[in-house]
Design a protein around this ligand. Structure first.
Ligand code: ADP
Ligand code: MG
Length: 453
């Protein structure tokens, strides 16, 4: 066993990123600020996890670190030299690895070496070694179509290992695999990384999975905010191999969980700017999903430890986050660290009959979900009580890209329909106010931003 399994002092700085910013042109001709003021270092022999929610800019940051895209501001240095002046010894593993379907496993793994001009005999030997190391022995002559997803991703790893990079960059390499396959491959990766003489090698892995970050990393960098920045840096000093059931493991998960949920839109007490649809997007949760979550928490006596709950449901804990965010935005749940509790409003909603539950959902959504509120308000101000959906799309594109804007609108329509606030006619592409909603106009005035209790 090499020194990577022990907690030894970190090596020299391999990569440093200073004051990185990245913007993309947005649909309305402005610019979308994705990253700002990102500082980080990766040392020799270290595994760093970049943890953040979907859309927080993780992949963008990884690409900037790899030198694949230039930052809008700031600089990435590789052993002290700016990346645009050097060709860093990095290898990438993507979520789904694009294997060449007409090449065998061996040929796919050799590809990079061939491009680098490594002589034939050497590259074949190195490729065979890499294939063995990641458990693909015997599959050298197989074609990608003959492989399962897990096997194909092993080829992706072999293809990265064979280059013997100083830094291995991985963008959610396990997230396209089923849970068990992902878990196996993760522990094998750690074995390969520990067993071989790779102690100088560093890994930077992007993940949205808290457990994966705690399983793998020496240090977890939490990416969040708009625009994205490093919001916390958590060292993980748990000896390897790590046991998911150990109290230290669980407490690290709880700590990171609290950090990620702490930024929950609507959960904070004193936010500076009033919440608007662009600063407080609707979490990815449908009204049906919300009802399911509340039902489960009620069944747990109204209080639950969310990581435990995720475990029990064999959910990735991160899949619960958007639901929890939505429930907390609406005031159905409160979150304190990893614990969550049903509120009075949550109980009222849960126990109400169908009709009452729709009314109480409508009230909460108008009061607490900025986009729903904006839509109701705008519809009330239109003569006909209806507006083209494009009106809202244009508004949303000021803060989101095309796809996310559409997603937000779809979520708002789901919530609005469930609460019978407004409806959407796909043929005319129009949103229109329902009868019920007019009765809610009182809520739209001065103190309506406060949660009804
Ligand atoms: P993550 O990997 O954390 O899910 P990404 O880095 O992929 O996040 O994306 C962050 C944000 O930047 C998203 O809103 C995404 O739509 C936007 N984005 C990423 N790449 C581009 C691009 N090439 N052009 C425009 N917008 C982009
Ligand atoms: Mg990504």
């Amino acid at each position: 066993m090499t020194n990577v399994y022990s907690t030894q002092p970190p090596g020299r700085v391999l990569v440093s990123a200073e004051a990185i910013a990245k913007s993309f042109p947005s649909a309305d001709g402005g610019s979308l600020r994705v990253l700002e003021g990102v500082n980080l270092t990766i040392r020799e022999g270290e595994i760093v996890a970049l943890l953040g929610r979907s859309g927080s800019g993780k992949s963008t940051l990884l690409r900037v670190l790899a030198g694949l895209i230039p930052p809008s501001a700031g600089e990435v240095r590789y052993r002290g030299v700016p990346v645009d002046e050097t060709d860093p010894a990095v290898a990438m593993v993507f979520q789904s690895f694009a294997l060449m379907p007409w090449l065998t496993v061996l040929e796919n793994v050799e590809l990079g070496l061939r491009a680098a001009g490594v002589p034939r005999a050497e590259r074949t030997q190195r490729a065979i070694d890499a294939i063995d190391a990641i458990g693909l022995d015997g599959f050298e002559t197989a074609y990608p179509r003959e492989l399962s997803g897990g096997m194909a991703q092993r080829v992706g790893f072999a293809r990265a290992f064979v280059q013997r990079p100083d830094l291995l960059l991985m963008d959610e390499p396990f997230s396209a695999l089923d849970v068990l396959t992902g878990e196996n491959l993760r522990s094998e990766l750690m074995k390969v990384w520990g067993d071989r003489e790779l102690s100088g090698q560093s890994i930077c892995i992007v993940t949205h999975s808290i457990e994966e970050a705690v399983q793998l990393a020496d240090r977890v960098l939490v990416l969040g905010g708009t625009p994205g920045a490093i919001q916390a840096e958590i060292p993980i000093h748990i000896p390897r191999p790590r046991d998911k059931r150990s109290p230290t493991f669980e407490s690290a998960v709880d700590h990171l969980y609290a950090l990620l949920t702490g930024k929950t839109p609507g959960a904070g007490h004193a936010s500076e700017a009033p919440p608007g649809p662009l600063t407080h997007p609707l979490p990815e949760a449908t009204s049906g999903g919300l009802a399911g979550l509340i039902e489960i928490v009620v069944a747990h006596g109204g209080q639950t430890d969310l990581p435990d709950l995720a475990d029990e449901l064999s959910f990735d804990i991160d899949d619960l986050l958007p639901l929890v965010d939505a429930a907390s935005m609406l005031g159905l749940l409160t979150v304190d660290g990893a614990q969550s509790f049903i509120t009075d409003a949550g109980y009222a909603w849960h126990w109400a009959g169908i009709h009452e539950s729709k009314i109480s959902f409508a009230e909460l959504a108008v009061a607490r979900a900025p986009l729903v509120r904006t839509i109701v308000k705008a519809l009330e101000h239109s003569d006909t009580g209806s507006l083209r959906a494009d009106f809202f799309r244009d508004l949303l594109r000021r803060g989101f890209n095309e796809q996310d804007a559409e997603r937000q609108l779809t979520l708002a329509i789901d919530w609005g329909r469930y609460g019978e606030l407004f409806d959407f006619d796909a043929d005319s592409d129009e949103l229109m106010l329902s009868e019920v909603a007019t009765g809610l106009s009182a809520l739209l005035d001065p103190d309506a931003g406060n949660p009804p209790r």
